[in-house]
Design a protein around this ligand. Structure first.
Ligand code: KG4
Ligand code: ZN
Length: 389
């Protein structure tokens, strides 16, 4: 089954082509082409993602990403697509809100054709709704051209599947024992999920304010570091640990005694703000604060997740979302679980699949399609910024 997948929920515009053999979860996946355009430079001056700009950038880059993914796959056919006037009008209607995208797609079709695609998987939520709509409308337009089915997918389910995608073992999903716990940590989400079986999710904890990735980004901004802050903070923190810099300031471990599985990160960010305000920080001080902050985050995530695993008796822990790219957090979890929960297998994504990408959307689309293919065609599919698992 040839899957074309599209991700536009935030500030990454991504298109992939994947050949899936077999049924979920026992399939093998062969990545044919994987194109990703990161908008971080465009958003850097705003210190975070600016939704109207994200929407515009997706519209501008989707066709080039489609072309790149097809070229990488050796599936770009250099002859024009047969589009009638009615087809062109239909594409203009489907993409009417996406400035210039219909024209770009029609221009692409004047030169190239698409291969036979079995399934188009697209993120329909959660995320920034104007950004999601660009991908959803583009998927509908491609469905009109190719006749393929569109499967709306959940971005967070994508993160879960990306974390258990075993790049080394013939591109299969790992064998998972249930119940499993998932810790999803990204720019918009911080949540603990109990997974009793494939596709059966129960949210058992979540942040009451900022997401953990958002806290990384805000603290980075306080330190004068560029967006996205996670990788920047983590680099400085590693340097501070290597040089054993002394603690800059004691920071709280929020909600550890709350008796539930919820998180809160805005107080931690405010504590950093108070500690640094009206001060000219040296480079060493910045590194020390980055380390103090990362320590506080790692300890908080670890303790709450351990409580979730103890409560649910989880045999598997899946950590996913952009913050799971953090190698310090990963090592802390792996070391702790090895001694405290030796029977619970811990999964983190391979680094290239931790932050947003469209491979994870292909996996989620395939999981849904080979389970129960939603009938009714592409027309009714909507973007939903708050879509839950
Ligand atoms: O999943 P993702 O790519 O996008 C959303 O769905 O939100 O996550 C992005 C978040 C950003 O807040 C970014 O700062 C954070 O992931 N991030 C990291 C690291 N790499 C990305 N946070 C901590 N350490 C990292 N190495
Ligand atoms: Zn994400």
């Amino acid at each position: 089954m040839l899957i074309l997948s599209i991700e536009t929920s935030c500030d990454e515009t991504a298109v992939s082509l994947i050949e899936a053999t077999g049924e979920f979860p026992d399939a093998t996946y062969h990545i044919l082409g994987n194109a990703l355009w990161s908008q971080v430079d465009a958003h850097a001056e705003y210190g975070g993602v600016f939704p109207a700009l994200a929407k515009r950038e997706h519209g501008r880059t989707l066709v080039p990403m489609l072309q790149q993914a097809l070229e990488e796959s050796d599936l770009l056919e250099s002859h024009a697509t047969d589009l009638s006037d009615t087809d062109q009008t239909k594409l203009q209607t489907l993409l009417t809100r996406e400035d210039g995208l219909a024209d770009a797609l029609i221009e692409f079709c004047a030169q190239y054709s698409l291969p036979k695609i079995d399934l188009i998987a697209v993120t329909s939520g959660p995320g920034l709704e104007p950004a999601l709509w660009v991908g959803v409308s583009f998927a509908k337009a491609l469905a009109h051209i190719t006749g393929a089915n569109v499967i709306p997918t959940n971005h967070m389910e994508g993160h879960i599947l990306a974390s258990i995608y075993d790049v080394e073992r013939d591109d299969m999903l790992s064998d998972i024992s249930f119940p499993a716990s998932a810790l999803l940590i990204s720019g918009g989400h911080t949540e603990l999920i109990n997974i009793s079986n494939w596709g059966t999710y129960d949210k058992i904890g979540q942040t009451r304010d900022d997401a953990v990735g958002e806290a990384f980004d805000k603290v980075a901004r306080l330190l004068g570091l560029p967006y996205p802050g996670g990788p920047q903070i983590s680099k400085l923190a590693a340097d501070a640990r290597k040089r054993e810099l002394t603690e800059f300031t004691p920071l709280p471990r929020p909600m550890l005694t709350s008796g539930d599985l919820d998180f809160s990160f805005s107080g931690l960010k405010t504590a950093v703000r108070y500690a640094v305000q009206d001060r000219e920080l040296s480079d060493d001080e910045k590194s020390a604060i980055a380390r103090d902050f990362e320590d506080a985050v790692a300890e908080t995530l670890l303790k709450k997740t351990s409580a979730a695993v103890a409560d649910t008796g989880a045999q598997t822990l899946i950590v996913g979302g952009g913050v799971s790219a953090n190698q310090f957090i990963k090592r802390a979890f792996e070391a702790h679980f090895l001694t405290e929960f030796p029977d619970c297998t811990v999964y983190f994504p391979s680094p290239s699949l931790a932050t947003d990408n469209s491979i994870m959307i292909a996996l989620a689309g395939h999981a849904r399609a080979t389970g129960a293919l939603s009938p009714g065609g592409a027309e009714g599919i909507r973007a939903d910024g708050n879509k839950s698992l």
